[in-house]
Structure formats: C-alpha cells, structure tokens
Design a protein around this ligand. Sequence first.
Ligand SMILES: Nc1nc2c(c(=O)[nH]1)N[C@@H](CN(C=O)c1ccc(C(=O)N[C@@H](CCC(=O)O)C(=O)O)cc1)CN2
Ligand SMILES: NCC(=O)N[C@@H]1O[C@H](COP(=O)([O-])[O-])[C@@H](O)[C@H]1O
Length: 292
Amino acid sequence: MSSTTGIRVYSSINVHKSLERRRLCRVYTRNLSFGRQCLEKPWFAPELAIEKPRDSRTGFTCRNCVPDAEREDCAVRRKKLAVFVSGGGSNFRSIHEASVGGLVHGDVAVLVTDKPGCGGAEYARANGIPVILFPKTKSSAEGLSSIDLITTLRKFKVDFILLAGYLKLIPAELVQAYPKSILNIHPSLLPAFGGKGFYGLKVHRAVIASGARYSGPTVHFVDENFDTGRTLAQRVVPVLANDTAEELAARVLHEEHQVYVEVVSALCEDRIVWREDGVPLIRSREDPNVYT
Ligand SMILES: Nc1nc2c(c(=O)[nH]1)N[C@@H](CN(C=O)c1ccc(C(=O)N[C@@H](CCC(=O)O)C(=O)O)cc1)CN2
Ligand SMILES: NCC(=O)N[C@@H]1O[C@H](COP(=O)([O-])[O-])[C@@H](O)[C@H]1O
C-alpha cells in the first residue's frame, strides 16, 4: 500500500491458465481514494518470465526473463530505441510512425547518423528527436567516438539499436555493449548478396545479374562483421524478368517497412526468444505457442 497518497494499490498477480498453456498476467490496480473501480489491465507477460528462465517444453529462453519474484506487475516496460541511418530514412519513418501510432511499444529516443544532412536526420529534427553524429571523421570534429557514443546511448537509456540504411561498420565495442540488442535490415535474402560492398542499389543489381527469381529483406541481429549476425525475419518478393534495380529496390523496400515494424513491435514486447541452437524466433502476439 502506498503510504504517501493514501491510495491502496495492491497488485495481485494472478496467473491464469487458458488456451493450452497460454498465460495472461492480470494486474489489478484498485484506486480506493477516488472510488474508481478496479482497473483491469490484461498484460501479456512473457510466459517464460513467470515460470522460469527456460521453458522445459520449448527450450526457448526469453532474453528479458526476470524471475517472478523480481517482476512486480508483469507490465512490459516501454522500450527506448536508437535508430541509425545514412540516407533517406524511410524505414526510420515507418518505425517512428508505428511508435506514435501505438503499433510499437517503444519510443525513438535518438537518431544516429554519419550524414547530418541526410533525409533521416531532417525527419528527426522535424519531429524533435535528438540527432547524434557518429562516427567521428577526419573532416568533422563533431562526431562522437565509440566510447562517447556508448556513454550517450546509456544516458538516453537506450534498450535497442536499430540500423536502417546505416552504411558504416558498427564497431565491436558497441556490439559488445548491446548484446542481442542491435538489429539491421538488409535488402536481400541473407546470406546471399550481403557483406562489404553490398548496400543500396548495388545489392539489387547483383540479385538481378545473378538470375535469382526471388529476393526480399532480411532483419538480423548485428555482430562484428557486415551481415553475418543471426537472421530473425525475412520476406520474399519476386524478381521479374525485366526488373530494373530501382524497380526491385522499391518492391523490396515496401516489404522492409512492414517486416521491420513487425519485428520491432515484437522486440519491444519482449517476444523475441532464442532456440537452443542459437536461432532467434518471434513469438506470436495472438498465440504464445506459435513462433516464426
Ligand atoms: N558490425 C556491423 N555493422 C553494420 C552491419 C552489420 O551487419 N554489422 N550492417 C551494415 C548495413 N549493411 C548491410 O546491411 C552494410 C552497409 C554498408 C556496407 C559497406 O560495404 N559499406 C562501405 C562504405 C559505404 C559508405 O560509407 O558509403 C564500406 O564499408 O566499404 C556493407 C553492408 C551497417 N553496419
Ligand atoms: N546493406 C545496407 C543496406 O543496403 N540497407 C538498405 O538501405 C536502404 C535504406 O533505405 P531508407 O533510408 O529509406 O530506410 C534500405 O533498402 C535498406 O535495406
């Protein structure tokens, strides 16, 4: 009970079993001083967080598992995001719009770029999102060093880093500072057509030249090398016989906007789980027994 306001708040966490082991954590908050009725807030609580760090049935581990003794009310905390861009920023805009619109349970706390005049940076400024220049370059004294960037991201309490058309290699110290917490979107079906030199239209030209009949975006976790991190999600589009690189790029980009928002939504709702062999999966919001 809160002693300062006289409001009796008790959160009884009742775990209900239903729909084949589906678990909902219901947090009841009763505000007696204003006579309000019980506010029922059905929160999805990562089922693994209630039971134990590892589900014996699936073997999956939820990255955010917290023993229920530490978890006070099962609410999923709203996450803070840092987005890295180098260009137009359409993926960044999609994520920001999804955040403002309620599809993503998180906020873009800061925009990081190596190109301060790019479209993504302009959009951030127009929407009141702080812009940070990284990395420090020979020509500009403004950019941050890796250590200063990590310090700044900690000050913004950033939970996850999202690369969205960022063209510089993320240094190992940043990767290590944010384990299993940095995502990138790449415009091909990795591991094909990825790695150093594969960015922007160069990717789509290589796909067309290869004769591949399908392409599409890959969302993956970031490790120390270009495009070698664990794949989390992909979408497929056809490559047409007379496609130009620009036409294929536009078709892939449309899918990028969808899949990145879906993935970031899952990330912010603690619905990313890791299979025992190290493959990350997304747990369905509708049915916690379904993983993709
Ligand atoms: N540590 C990591 N850093 C980055 C990754 C990653 O997977 N791990 N992904 C890239 C994004 N990307 C592909 O998705 C990518 C971007 C850029 C390049 C590339 O060859 N860049 C050129 C420089 C281009 C420029 O500055 O204009 C290069 O390094 O020579 C490849 C892949 C983001 N960072
Ligand atoms: N290898 C990295 C790479 O090529 N990334 C690609 O850059 C574009 C950025 O567009 P956006 O700035 O409009 O989001 C996107 O197509 C993204 O997949």
